[in-house]
Design a binder for this molecule. Structure first.
Ligand code: BYC
Length: 329
C-alpha cells in the first residue's frame, strides 16, 4: 500500500516522556476535549494528518458528484430529477466547505487540486465504481451516504474546530441524501419484478464497496492509532463498519432485499451481525488506481479543470485591472 503525504513511522505513538513540552501541552488540550483552532500551536504531524484527511474528504465530495451526475438527465420523473440535482449540488458545497477547512491549515486549494490531479492525494474508493442503472442512485443514497453519515457524525466531535464545524451542516444534508436514496429503493423494491431485480442488483454491486468506505481493517490501518490519540478520528474503521452493518441489515429486510453475504448472521449474545469482509485485494487495487472507473473519474476532473482555465484567467485579469484602477484613484 502506498501512503500519501504522511507516512506513519511504524514506531508507535510517542509516550508522554518522549514528547517535547509543547507536544505535552498540546496533548493535554486534546485529552481535555478542547478544540484546536487554526492559529493555535500544533505538531506538524497533526497538521499534515488533517490536511491529508480533510483534503481527501473534500476530493471525495467533488469526485463523488460524477457517478450520480451521470443520471441527472435520465432521472425517471421531473421531481426525481430536481431532488438528484439538489443532492449533487450539496456535494459540491460539501467539497467547498472542506477545502476551506483545509486552507486554514496553510495549504492552498490549488495545491490540493494539483495533488488530486497528479494522483498524490486520494479520494474515496467508492467513487471508482460505475452507476449502471437508476437503482444505483437509490443504492448510493441509501448505502454510500448511509456509510458517510456513520463516519461523519462522530467527526462533528473531531478535535480540529473548522473540520468539526463543517461536519455539522454536512451531516444534516447527508441525512436528506440517505433518505432520498432509501425512498428510491422503496419505490423500486415495491415495483414490478424488473424494478425489484434492479434494486437487488444495485445492492449486490454496492454492498462490499460501501463496507470498504470505512477503510482497511483495524490491523491494517496505518493512521488510526495516532489519529485517535489526537481525536482526529473518534472511532476505529472496524467499529464504524460494524455499526453500519447493524443499522443497514434491518433496512434491507424491510425492503425485502437480500444482503449478498451467505455468512451474514445475527449473534444474539453480542447483539451484532457477523458478516464477511470485503475483498481487501480489490480495495487496495482500487486505491492504487486500478478500479473499474479510476481513470475515467480522474480524467473527468482534469478535463473540467483544463476546460475552466479561461474562466480563471478572466477572473484574474479582471482582479488585476480592478486593483490597478483602485490604486490609480
Ligand atoms: N478510499 O490508516 P487508514 C461522500 C486510505 S464522500 C480511499 O485507515 P485513515 C459522498 C487512507 O487514506 C465521504 N482511500 O487511514 C460524496 C490511507 O492512505 P494514505 C468521504 C482510503 O485516514 C458524494 C490508507 O488507506 N468520507 O460521503 O486513518 C456523493 C490506510 O487507511 C479509504 C471521508 O473522506 C477509502 N475508502 O482512515 C455521495 C471521511 N480508506 O492517505 C457521498 C473522512 C482508507 O496514507 N476520512 N484509505 O495514502 C476518514 O474518516 C478516514 O480518512 C478514513 C480512513 C476512515 C476514510
Amino acid at each position: 500500500m502506498y501512503a500519501q503525504m504522511v507516512k506513519s513511522t511504524g514506531k508507535g505513538l510517542k509516550s508522554r516522556k518522549e514528547m517535547t513540552p509543547e507536544e505535552g501541552r498540546f496533548q493535554d488540550r486534546i485529552d481535555a476535549g478542547e478544540k484546536i483552532e487554526p492559529k493555535d500551536w500544533m505538531p506538524d504531524g497533526y497538521r499534515q494528518t488533517l490536511i491529508r484527511q480533510i483534503g481527501q474528504h473534500a476530493h471525495s465530495e467533488i469526485v463523488g458528484q460524477l457517478p450520480e451526475g451521470n443520471w441527472i438527465t435520465r432521472a425517471p420523473t421531473l421531481s426525481r430529477k430536481l431532488i438528484l440535482l439538489a443532492k449533487v449540488q450539496d456535494e459540491a458545497g460539501h467539497g467547498l466547505y472542506l477545502y476551506c477547512a483545509a486552507e486554514t491549515l496553510g495549504v492552498s486549494r490549488d495545491e490540493l487540486t494539483e495533488a488530486l490531479h497528479t494522483g498524490r492525494m486520494k479520494y474515496s474508493s467508492i467513487f471508482n465504481y460505475p452507476t449502471l442503472t437508476w437503482a444505483d442512485i437509490g443504492a448510493i443514497g441509501w448505502l454510500v451516504d448511509g456509510a458517510a453519515i456513520m463516519n461523519q457524525v462522530p467527526l462533528q466531535r473531531t478535535s480540529y474546530g473548522p473540520y468539526a464545524r463543517a461536519m455539522v451542516r454536512i451531516c444534516k444534508e447527508e441525512s436528506f441524501h440517505q433518505r432520498q436514496g432509501y425512498d428510491i429503493m422503496m419505490k423500486m423494491a415495491n415495483g414490478t419484478e424488473a424494478q425489484r431485480a434492479m434494486a437487488q442488483d444495485a445492492l449486490n454491486r454496492f454492498w462490499y464497496p460501501s463496507l470498504m468506505m470505512f477503510g482497511p481493517s483495524d490491523k491494517d490501518s496505518v493512521h488510526s492509532a495516532q489519529s485517535m490519540a489526537w481525536k482526529i478520528k473518534i472511532n476505529t474503521n472496524d467499529e464504524l463498519r460494524q455499526k453500519f452493518v447493524d443499522q443497514t441489515v434491518p433496512q434491507a429486510e424491510y425492503l425485502g432485499l437480500t444482503i449478498p453475504d451467505n455468512d451474514l448472521k445475527y449473534n444474539k449474545k453480542t447483539g451484532h451481525y457477523e458478516f464477511s469482509d470485503p475483498d481487501w485485494t480489490e480495495f487496495f487495487e482500487v486505491l492504487k488506481g486500478n478500479g473499474p472507473c479510476n481513470r475515467e473519474r480522474l480524467g473527468a476532473r482534469v478535463k473540467a479543470w483544463d476546460d475552466g482555465a479561461w474562466v480563471r484567467d478572466g477572473l484574474m485579469a479582471h482582479a488585476v485591472k480592478h486593483s490597478a484602477k483602485i490604486a490609480a484613484e
